[in-house]
Design a protein around this ligand. Structure first.
Ligand code: ATP
Ligand code: MG
Length: 233
């Protein structure tokens, strides 16, 4: 608080990350861009982590909250899976793009695919051909609705928050829409992939107002991350 007042050049840049895969896979990119996070989220209880730069901090939020933080300026930028980003955008009625958020970079990390999977003994193609209503359990209700509407498949969508693999095993649903990387979780639960919906990777998202107002600090960080992605490839 300076007596002279004036421009607040010291407001730190805030990067939103979620614990786990996104944090772990973003760290090497940050490192390559010359940025290091000074605390380990797995051992620290803090939700705001300092970095090697006084003007940059990391906030730890739930994966599905990252777009919300960046959209409302609770964070200037963030890293989020395309699955979460598109589901967030669709919930706002913005198919294909979320709510004015800038998406300057495909970080090419946390890669997987979104697929329809069904119990091995369920004849999914036959059910589709016959036009039966198929019960589909998923966390991605908006994206699933779009996918099946595009294909003209009749479904009853059941929203879940936890392990979707369990739904077909208990008779809650015949199939699921979920993320798949190696396929070993599906296999372990006697499920087979029956449709590929889209490829998924993590994206950098940026608050448009931040990009205007904090351009001088934010732009170089985005450019450094872009360079780090190129190198990683
Ligand atoms: P929460 O645990 O808070 O419900 P979440 O399950 O979405 O959130 P993560 O499991 O860390 O959190 O997943 C974060 C992101 O990583 C997902 O949005 C997706 O983009 C990606 N992801 C999820 N599962 C896989 C996977 N098996 N392989 C590669 N990337 C994945
Ligand atoms: Mg998870």
């Amino acid at each position: 608080m300076s007596a002279a007042g004036g421009n607040n050049m010291t407001a730190p840049l805030t990067l939103a990350l979620s614990k786990g895969r996104i944090f772990d896979e973003t760290l090497p990119l940050l490192q390559r861009a010359g940025l290091s996070v000074l605390e380990d989220p797995e051992t620290s209880r803090r939700l705001i982590l300092p970095t090697n730069r006084a003007d940059l901090q990391v906030v730890l939020v739930r994966a599905s909250d990252v777009p919300t933080y960046v959209q409302y300026g609770g964070a200037d930028f963030g890293v989020v899976g395309l699955d979460v980003l598109l589901e967030h955008g669709a919930a706002w009625g913005h198919a294909g793009g979320a709510t004015g958020l800038y998406q300057p970079l495909d970080l090419q990390i946390a890669r997987c695919r979104m697929s329809v999977a069904a119990r091995a003994d369920f004849d999914y193609p036959a059910a589709v051909r016959q036009g039966s209503r198929i019960r589909v359990a998923t966390k991605y209700v908006q994206l699933a609705r779009q996918h099946f509407a595009d294909k003209g498949v009749h479904v009853d969508l059941i929203k879940l928050y936890g392990s979707m693999e369990l739904a077909p095993l208990t008779g809650l649903a015949e199939s699921i829409v979920d993320l798949v990387s190696t396929g070993s979780t599906l296999k372990a639960n006697n499920l087979v992939e029956v449709e590929h919906i889209m490829d998924i990777s993590a994206r950098l998202i940026v608050n448009p107002a931040s990009l205007k107002l904090k351009r001088e600090v934010l732009r170089p960080v985005i450019d450094a991350l872009a360079g780090a992605c190129e190198e990683q490839r």
